[in-house]
Design a protein around this ligand. Structure first.
Ligand code: ZN
Length: 95
């Protein structure tokens, strides 16, 4: 029984460690994506009238949406966070 508890506790520790490592890695990847993506961001104001509009992830500047100028906004449009950052946010890692 004691052995079992020790094993259980070790598993928890390993999991915590894995999570911390994953978080550090995920956040490092996020910075890398942001540095890589930022120069590609298109300023919608620089486009001629009638052009599609481009929207980027709030966190990493990845392209999240490309919509016609007369798009109808709703809470999910344009998309503000890319899938990758959304999963980090869901984990509570985007503080
Ligand atoms: Zn993102």
């Amino acid at each position: 029984m004691i052995m079992k508890e020790l094993i259980d506790r070790k598993e928890v520790n390993d999991m915590t460690l894995a999570t911390e490592k994953d978080k550090a890695f995920a956040l490092a990847e996020l910075s890398r994506r942001k540095i890589e993506n930022t120069p590609k961001v298109i300023d919608n104001r620089s486009l001629y009238a009638g052009s599609d509009m481009y929207f980027y992830c709030d966190y990493c500047k990845a392209l999240t949406d490309q919509l016609p100028e007369d798009y109808i906004p709703d809470p999910d449009t344009p998309k503000k966070i890319c899938d990758e950052c959304q999963s980090l946010k869901d984990l509570g890692w985007m503080e």
